[in-house]
Structure formats: structure tokens, C-alpha cells
Design a protein. Structure first.
Length: 120
């Protein structure tokens, strides 16, 4: 026998912004500006991450510092609520010497800015 359960909540869906364990949307100030960061490893493996522009800029700063000889050899990227499964959090660690190239594709989640881009 199947039962249907309906859950109602007065909680604002934006309350979980920035809380990776909530499985909600991904955080950061100005969460309208985002990017897909694609890192190609020396093995040919591509790793793709949906990040805020702040997170992308933090990655670029780490990469540039490491390229000039300072900083840690690995960088931790929080996967937030993306495909989190049964885990409380998921983080990917990329090793500097294993990065062949990376690509950044920016986008905006702000619908009004997307619409104005299309009509211009």
C-alpha cells in the first residue's frame, strides 16, 4: 500500500543559500554571477564545477600564486549541493602539477539580465 505525504513549509527557499548541507542553491554574495570551471588534467580527464565568480577568482588567484612558486600544491573545491548523495559534503582536491589547462564559462542566474542580453 502506498501513501502520499505532503510537506508544507513557510521557510524561504533562499534561506539555504550558502549552506552546502542543505542541498539548496549555491551561495556567495551576488549569487547572480556564476561560471562553469572546467579543469583539464594532464591525463585528459575533465573536471567540471558550477561555482560563484568569487570561487572562480579564488581558484585563479591560487593558480597564479602557485605558478609563481608560492602556495599549496593542491586546491580544494567545494561541490556544494551538486550530486551530494548520502554525504554531508563533497570536496574535490586538484593538484597543481596535474592541471593541463582550465576554462571559465561565465553566466548569470539573474533572469532580467539574461533577457536584456537577448533583446539587445
Amino acid at each position: 500500500m502506498m501513501k502520499t505525504v505532503q510537506v508544507y513549509s513557510e521557510k524561504n527557499p533562499d534561506d539555504n543559500l550558502g549552506d552546502p548541507s542543505s542541498g539548496g542553491n549555491i551561495p556567495e554574495e551576488g549569487h547572480d554571477d556564476r561560471a562553469i570551471l572546467t579543469i583539464t588534467m594532464t591525463t585528459g580527464l575533465e573536471k567540471e564545477f558550477d561555482l560563484s565568480m568569487k570561487e572562480v577568482n579564488d581558484f585563479i588567484n591560487w593558480y597564479d600564486q602557485k605558478d609563481s612558486g608560492t602556495g599549496p600544491s593542491r586546491y580544494e573545491i567545494d561541490k556544494h549541493g551538486n550530486n551530494i548523495g548520502p554525504f554531508e559534503s563533497r570536496k574535490d582536491h586538484v593538484i597543481f602539477k596535474n592541471i593541463l589547462t582550465f576554462e571559465i564559462n561565465e553566466y548569470s542566474t539573474n533572469k532580467s539580465s539574461n533577457q536584456s542580453d537577448k533583446t539587445s
